[in-house]
Write a new protein. Structure first.
Length: 426
C-alpha cells in the first residue's frame, strides 16, 4: 500500500505537470527556424502556474503523509528476554528462606537477608524484582504461579537448555534429535528465521546471547540472521560501558568467566546499543548469569544476577518507551528455558529429567496489545511450545505450528483463551 501510494502521487504530479504545459500559449517558432516540432514546446521556457496545481499537490502530500504514518503505526516490534534456568519460585515468592539461610549457598547470610528478605512472599518478590512487580504487574501480565493453579511447563522430556530453547522457538519439542547441549546445528526451523524471510522483517531480526551455543540453537547460517554470542559481545565499547560490573564480578569469582560465556552485562550493553542504532523489528536477548551461578552453588550470586537483570529490564523498557520508533509499538516478552530442583537445597543447583521442578517455567509480557491483567490467577495450563506462535502473532504475523493443537497464548492479545481446570500438579 505504501508503494502504491507513492506511485500514485508521482503519476498524478506528472499528469498535472503536462496538463499545465498544455494550457500555456505555444511560443511561436523563432525567426529563421526551419520548422517547429510539436515536441519543441517541451523545451521552450514556460512560466508554470503552480497556483493551479498547488491544491492537488497539497492534497496528495497530505494523503501520502497520512498513509506513511498509518504504515508506521501498524508496525509492531518485539523484544524477547530469557533468564536461563531461573525458577518460578523466586519470581512469585522472592528469596528462598532455606537457601538464603544456608552459609554453603549464601556465605554472607546477614547482608543478603537485609537485601532480599521480607515477611511476606509479595514483599520478598518485589524486593528482588521491583520492575517486574510494579511496572509489569501493573501494566502487563505474569504467568506461572503454581500456588494459584496457574501452570506453565516445558513439553520436552529433557528439562535443560538446548531442548528448552528449541521448543520455545520452533513450537515443538524434538527429544529424538535435541537431547544434549552439544553445539550442533538445529535441524528445525525456528520462528525467528521464518519471520526473517518475510517482507518487513528481512534483516530486521537479531539475537544476542551470553552462551555461545545460540548460533547452533538458532542455526545462524541457515537462518541468515545475526546471532552475537558469547565473546562476540566483548567489544571495546561494551567493556567500557560495563567496566565496573565486569571488574567486580571477576574479582568475586577470582578467575575469568568461562570462554564459552560472557557476563550478562556485556550482552545487555551490546543488545541495547544495537537497538539504539539499528531499530530491529525483533530482538532476542538470552541471558545466562542466573544459571551459571546456580550450577556453581552460589545462591547469593543467583539473586544478584536476577536483581541486576530486573534493573536492566527497567532501563530497557524506559528506552523503548522514549525512542520514537519503539514507543507504544513494542512488546517485551520475558521467560526462561527450564526450571530447577526444589525438594532439597542440593537439587536447586541442578535440572534434568527426573529432578522435580525442572520442567516448571514462567512467562511475563508487557506491550500495547497486552491487556494489563497483572498476575494471572486463573487456573490454566500453558506450555513452552506455545511461545513460538505467540511471538509471531505479537508482530502481526504467523508461524504455523506442526501440531494443530498448539496455539498462541491468546490472553496475551486480550482474547478469551481456552483454559482447562486441571488437577493440582507437584
Amino acid at each position: 500500500m505504501f508503494y502504491n501510494m507513492r506511485i500514485y502521487a508521482t503519476l498524478c504530479f506528472i499528469l498535472l505537470f503536462f496538463h499545465s504545459l498544455a494550457a500555456q500559449k505555444r511560443v511561436p517558432a523563432a525567426s529563421g527556424e526551419a520548422f517547429s516540432s510539436p515536441y519543441s514546446v517541451l523545451f521552450q521556457p514556460h512560466k508554470l502556474r503552480f497556483a493551479h496545481i498547488r491544491p492537488a499537490l497539497t492534497t496528495l502530500c497530505g494523503q501520502y503523509r497520512a498513509q506513511t504514518e498509518r504504515e508506521a503505526a501498524a508496525q509492531h516490534y518485539l523484544v524477547i528476554v530469557t533468564l536461563d534456568g531461573f525458577r518460578w519460585q523466586e519470581i512469585f515468592a522472592g528469596a528462598d528462606s532455606v537457601l538464603l539461610s544456608d552459609p554453603l549457598y549464601t556465605p554472607d547470610t546477614a547482608i543478603y537477608k537485609d537485601c532480599y528478605w521480607a515477611v511476606t512472599p509479595a514483599q520478598r518478590r518485589e524486593r528482588l524484582f521491583p520492575f517486574l512487580w510494579t511496572t509489569i504487574a501493573g501494566q502487563g501480565q505474569l504467568y506461572g504461579n503454581r500456588l494459584l493453579g496457574n501452570y506453565v511447563n516445558v513439553a520436552n522430556k529433557m528439562w535443560f537448555s538446548y531442548p528448552g530453547y528449541n521448543e520455545m522457538f520452533t513450537g515443538q519439542p524434538d527429544d529424538a534429535r535435541i537431547f544434549t547441549n552439544i553445539k550442533v546445528a538445529n535441524p528445525n526451523e525456528n520462528v525467528l528465521e521464518c519471520l526473517n524471510r518475510k517482507k518487513g522483517f528481512c534483516d530486521k531480526v537479531v539475537a544476542f546471547s551470553s552462551w555461545d551455543a545460540f548460533p547452533a540453537i538458532l542455526n545462524e547460517k541457515r537462518a541468515c540472521l545475526p546471532v552475537f554470542s558469547g565473546n562476540e559481545n566483548r567489544t571495546k565499547k561494551t567493556l567500557q560501558a560495563t567496566l565496573g560490573y565486569y571488574q567486580q564480578r571477576k574479582a568475586e569469582r577470582g578467575k575469568r568467566w568461562p570462554k564459552k560465556e560472557c557476563f550478562d552485562a556485556l550482552t545487555q550493553a551490546a543488545a541495547t546499543e544495537y537497538m539504539r542504532n539499528h531499530h530491529p523489528r525483533i530482538a532476542y536477548i538470552a541471558l545466562g548469569d542466573t544459571d551459571e551461578a546456580a550450577h556453581a552453588g552460589h545462591y547469593d550470586r543467583y539473586l544478584d544476577a536476577a536483581r541486576e537483570t530486573d534493573q536492566w529490564l527497567g532501563e530497557l523498557w524506559d528506552f523503548l518507551q522514549n525512542d520514537p520508533t519503539y514507543r507504544n509499538r513494542t512488546t517485551l516478552l520475558i521467560t526462561t528455558d527450564h526450571g530447577r530442583g526444589y525438594e532439597t537445597p542440593r537439587q536447586w543447583r541442578r535440572h534434568r529429567a527426573g529432578i522435580r521442578g525442572s520442567d516448571q517455567i514462567w512467562l511475563a509480557a508487557i506491550g500495547p496489545t497486552t491487556p494489563p491483567l497483572g498476575e494471572i490467577k486463573q487456573p490454566m495450563q500453558l506450555h513452552q511450545q506455545q511461545i513460538a506462535s505467540t511471538i509471531a502473532q505479537l508482530v502481526g504475523s504467523n508461524f504455523p505450528a506442526r501440531q494443530a493443537e498448539v496455539r498462541a497464548i491468546e490472553t496475551i492479545f486480550g482474547k478469551s483463551a481456552e483454559t482447562r481446570l486441571i488437577t493440582a500438579k507437584n
